[in-house]
Design a protein around this ligand. Structure first.
Ligand code: ATP
Ligand code: MG
Length: 243
């Protein structure tokens, strides 16, 4: 049984069908890439899977339990969490306090949540900025804080929405390494990313969507050579599979 099974989810905004009949599945500890051009429906798919939008059609099953339409906080308690493409920290709180908010997903105890936050901050190499307010962080640290908040909820799956957008190459390399380490902890990852080097070096499988519909699915090497994918998307982006 897959950890996450998404079956035929559809989301319409008025006359626009942002996601149409999308299915995908993700096993424990697996990294699945979700790619496609701007406006393809990737974030909308994340919003449905994580409970922020209710699908108009289709079902989402997590660990064999149907979670379609459940609230995001309930989905998060079950072990599925996400980061936001447009980062959403509490801007006036410190990095440590932001991460503690995530840790309260599993405990009501302040000491325990602080301990969890310290562990995550160290894991992500954020000790030097732990006392800074979120609003004063650089883009790279803001992106990392999104990941820290997600990790602090103790998830089985994290949906990462463009965690590497706007990063410099060396910062991207660091984030790739962190994602690998998160995966080694047994956490499954669904990765939305436009930086192809990231997707090609991390994802075991890739789902490609275009105008809300799945146009291809397969291993990175197959996807690179898929004509429909090249026509719809990869023709526009730089492919560097060295990772
Ligand atoms: N809340 C909303 N109301 C109306 N239309 C929306 C809403 N959210 C998304 N859309 C539309 O749905 C389509 C899919 O948007 P979505 O943000 O899911 O794309 P995306 O693949 O994440 O794109 P990007 O790569 O630019 O982040 C777009 O046409 C977008 O304008
Ligand atoms: Mg998006």
């Amino acid at each position: 049984m897959a950890l996450l099974e998404v079956t035929g989810i559809t989301k319409r905004f008025g006359g626009l069908c942002a996601v149409n009949d999308l299915s995908l599945s993700l096993d424990k500890g697996q990294i699945l890439g979700l790619i496609g051009p701007n406006g393809a429906g990737k974030t909308t798919a994340f919003n449905m899977i994580s409970g922020f939008y209710k699908p108009d059609e289709g079902d989402i099953t997590f660990e064999g339990k149907i979670i379609t339409g459940l609230r995001p906080d309930i989905v998060c308690k079950l072990g599925l969490t996400r980061t936001f493409q447009v980062v959403k920290p509490f801007p006036q709180l410190s990095v440590r306090d932001n991460v503690m908010v995530g840790a309260y997903n599993r405990t009501n105890n302040r000491r325990e949540s602080r301990q969890k936050a310290e562990e995550i901050i160290e894991f992500l190499g954020m000790q030097d900025v732990a006392d800074m307010t979120a609003s004063s962080l650089s883009v790279a640290y803001r992106k990392r804080l999104e990941v820290a908040k997600a990790l602090a909820t103790d998830p089985k799956i994290i949906l990462l929405d463009e965690s590497m957008a706007g990063l410099r190459p060396i910062e991207t390399d660091h984030m790739i390494d962190l994602v690998r380490q998160i995966s080694k902890r047994g956490i499954a990852l669904l990765l939305v990313e436009h930086v192809m080097r990231v997707i090609m070096s991390l994802a075991e499988r890739i789902v490609v969507i275009h105008h809300g519909e799945k146009i291809a699915e397969g291993e990175p090497q197959e996807i690179c050579q898929d004509k429909a994918v090249i026509d719809a998307y990869l023709g526009e982006v730089e492919i560097d599979v060295k990772g």
